[in-house]
Design a protein around this ligand. Sequence first.
Ligand code: DLL
Length: 433
Amino acid sequence: MYWQQDIECMDREELTQLQLERLQATLFRVSRNVPLYRARFEEHDIDPDSFLSVEDIRRIPFTSKADLRENYPYGLFAVPLREVVRLHSSSGTSGRPVVVGYTKNDVKRWADLVARILCMGGLDQDDVLQIAFSYGLFTGGFGHHYGAERLGASVIPSSSGNTRKQLAIMQDYRTTALVCTPSYALHLADVMEEEGINPNALSLRWGLFGAEPWSENMRQEIESRLKITATDNYGLSEIMGPGVAGECLEQGGLHVNEDAFLFEIVNPDTGEPVPDGEVGELVITTLIKEAFPMVRFRTGDLTRRIVQPCPCGRTHHRISRILGRVDDMITIKGVNVFPSQVEHILAEVEGAAPRFQIVVERDESHLDRATIQLEVSESILFDQMRKSQEFLATLKKKLASELGVGFEVSLVGRRTLPRGEDKMKRVIDKRMF
Ligand code: DLL
């Protein structure tokens, strides 16, 4: 039922004391080893020794995505590369991705934190876990893999894609648990129906879904179609990947692994804390990371803190499911994309400031479909068909290779897209979460 009961059910006063000690240690480490933090602490006269409570953290400025971009690739690492045993990455806000590193200890602790989340979602060592997240720079595949092995489950690293093969594996290997994005879970349900596979005949019991927004309605649909218990699973590369927060079987919000992460919910405009229970931006400070510690990182994710005790017995506070984003980041098939990245690529190919709109929808198979409507000159649109085909092919290839997810591109004439008084709405998200 618990993976590390002593920590997961720790008395809150003791937990807060542990957080304070770990916070001080983290602040010392970053002020010694990371020039950005050293400079900021000096500028704001911050002495970790003087911290008497975790609330003192509010004196420290936030860390933003822009800080990560400016320190690409290794500027925020707190250890020399010699000590880094793993690198992962995720999309940044413009051309540059975010690179994150892990020491041996980080990898070990990460596995324990993910094992906790898997355990919360119902799994134990008797489970056969199919990991249908991609294995690669994305943290989803390897993050769950190490956590599940640590738990002692039998891991099937099926990775993403190839749905029919996933289903054959699920039947033959008697998969009992699945981790993937919620939209892929629905897609699996569709293909199962098409193939005449009866979900009751499968061994599947548990599903942990995350890496993209979803809703209670989606949960109910997944649960009834796959005949499983579905829980929410949250994390982000900058902080660690999966393993940050997860839902227990009460299904009433996600427990944050508070011994490893100090979280705050702030008003995104003022940066001031919001009262418990109110919606705000999630800000996270890592407490035990060695290679890539983050202090007050603004996640851009909107949620609220749930302080009511959970019937499961865990004392770590919960957050509600993610309710939206502060910025314009969109998650397409689990991959984060910023319109500014798209703009950058379009400008490179088109050679001018592009006018475009991204339309995201769910196709008949429950998969995300993203289409870029791009205004181009009449000559590209009509006069030279071959040229426009070439242009489209180059563009699609570049988008897929640089952003890690495919886009449809539809060319439209100049002045087709709506022109408002203000900045054009870059993204039209038609998906119903
Ligand atoms: O998505 C890590 C992860 C992998 C979490 C697998 C869970 C399962 P990134 O690619 O850096 O890392 O994307 C992080 O995705 O800031 C949220 O906006 C969004 N996100 C992640 N999990 C959820 C969730 C991984 N459960 C960004 N609900 C985050 C809603 C989520 N949004």
